[in-house]
Design a protein around this ligand. Structure first.
Ligand code: GDP
Ligand code: ZN
Length: 461
């Protein structure tokens, strides 16, 4: 395939002050050379790969210095796109970065479409589709935890597992072929069905394990939607403020993420919380009284995590009881606030009502107990379910739906095998499973799907 040279502004993760204009393609170095001037006038085309050069960008027509830059030069195929790549690091603001971009466009580069760098990496065989999608998730990742999931996927953990599963299926298919082509080996034929059932059952178990992580993965990407509820004046707003203050939303500096979205997220010990917006929280204040237990339960059901706040300084009221009723069976932490004031609440009764939910005491006024609360949130989230290092997450909606289909087709194969359906018929289901798993890593996807996926990428990645 023949590609032209593309360019875009590409701001690195977590570094706000520096902006990069990235070039990729056969003329990347040539174009850079036209506009770059180092103190000793070196020729970029003669430089070694993976070297960094200091100098100025000069508009060749006006012979005018535009920017002071550091320029990294990387020759294909050891680059992200497998093409020649030049990254121009500018420390100026948006205006000067734009000037640099304009300069490379005037001198022969084309403005990259959204996701086009990643698309090239994919088309040039540098990454597979699930890795490409991980890049997209990375761009969107809102917290450390979500970023780790995306990084793990980019590492190819998911792809490796999927490849192993496909390999197993392919081997049984090959075995079936052999048996069909050489029917005289009767004893081998008999071995095929049990073997097929074994392999398919194993594949199904692995898919199920992956799907189990998918709800977690989804939560990780979007943040646990968290509702703070309680009677008026118990300290809900104070709690919200303290969570926001202590956990400055950890967010990457990425074009396209707007500030109001950012502000909803806080990162509590690696757990991303999407705090219900202020308006929402106000609404829940008298929620039970206003709309009744049934309805409020419905509203609360949409939250992944409930923080129920009570006041240490007052005895339990009818409303508190109804709140407890409303959150039955949900992930919830009970917070007894205002411990700096004399205790009026019946703590034993609170623990009784809470059942197996964690109860944490705080004085938000004196900033006490917030650590314990954060620990409770983290342990609730990670409780028994995550061994972060050896777990492959699936957090991508397309992967999840494909895995569901793969699970169904492999189940068909297993059932058919149990029912003594002829092996060459079962073969169809196994082949289908193999194909669908291939779609997860992009081995058998249509062009249009690829285009659609890459259009979702941010510019410059
Ligand atoms: P909300 O109505 O549930 O949102 O409660 P607020 O957060 O607005 O707090 C109501 C009042 O209780 C405010 O005057 C807070 O300063 C006060 N308050 C919050 N937390 C504490 C606490 O731990 N101890 C004491 N003494 N007062 C608190
Ligand atoms: Zn409030």
């Amino acid at each position: 395939m023949e590609f032209d040279t593309i360019a875009a502004i590409s701001t690195p993760l977590g570094e706000g002050a520096i902006a990069i204009v990235r070039l990729s393609g056969p003329n990347a170095i040539l174009i850079a050379n036209k506009i770059f001037r180092s103190p000793n006038r070196k020729d970029l085309q003669g430089q070694a790969s993976h070297t960094i050069h200091y100098g100025h960008l000069v508009d060749p027509k006006l012979d005018e210095v535009v920017e002071e830059v550091m320029l990294s030069l990387m020759k294909g195929p050891k680059t992200f796109t497998r093409e020649d790549v030049v990254e121009i690091n500018c420390h100026g603001g948006l205006v000067s970065v734009n000037r640099v971009l304009q300069l490379v466009l005037i001198n022969g580069a084309r403005l990259a479409e959204p996701g086009e760098f990643t698309k090239r990496a994919f088309l040039n065989g540098r990454i597979d589709l699930s890795q490409a999608e991980a890049v997209m998730d990375l761009i969107r990742a809102k917290t450390d935890k979500a970023m780790n999931v995306a990084l793990g996927q980019m590492d190819g953990r998911l792809s490796r597992l999927i490849k192993t599963l496909r390999q197993a299926l392919l081997e049984t298919l090959a075995q079936v072929e052999v048996n069909i082509d050489y029917p005289e080996y009767d004893d081998v034929e008999e071995m095929t069905l049990p073997m097929m059932i074994d392999k398919c059952t194993w594949v199904r178990e692995e898919i199920e394990k992956l799907l189990l992580t998918s709800s977690q993965g989804k939560i990780l990407r979007e943040g646990l939607s968290t509702a703070i509820i309680g009677r008026p004046n118990v300290g809900k707003s104070s709690l919200l403020n303290s969570l926001i203050q202590e956990n400055k939303a950890i967010v990457t500096d990425i074009a396209g993420t707007t500030r109001d979205i950012i502000e909803e997220y806080v990162n509590v010990r690696g757990v991303p919380l999407k705090l219900v917006d202020t308006a929402g929280i106000r609404e829940t204040e008298d929620i039970v009284e206003r709309i009744g237990v049934e309805k409020s339960r419905q509203v609360l059901n949409e939250a992944d995590l409930i923080l129920l706040v009570l006041s240490n300084a007052e005895s339990l009221t009818e409303e508190d009881y109804r709140l407890f009723e409303a959150i039955e069976g949900m992930d919830c932490i009970v917070i007894v606030n205002k411990t700096d004031l004399p205790t009026e609440i019946d703590l034993d009764e609170v623990k009784n009502l809470a059942g197996d939910k964690r109860v944490v005491t705080t004085s938000l006024l004196q900033e006490e107990g917030v650590n314990e609360l954060e620990e409770a949130i983290a342990s609730l989230f990670f409780e028994g379910s995550i061994e972060a290092s050896d777990l492959t997450y699936v957090s991508n909606a397309r992967h999840i739906s494909l895995l569901h289909v793969a699970k169904a087709t492999v189940t068909d194969a297993i059932e058919a095998a149990h029912n003594d359906v002829p092996v060459d018929m079962i073969q169809i289901d196994v082949t289908r499973t193999w194909e669908i798993l291939g779609e997860v890593i992009g081995d058998s996807v249509e062009e249009s799907l690829i285009d659609q996926l890459f259009l979702q990428f941010c510019l410059g990645k």
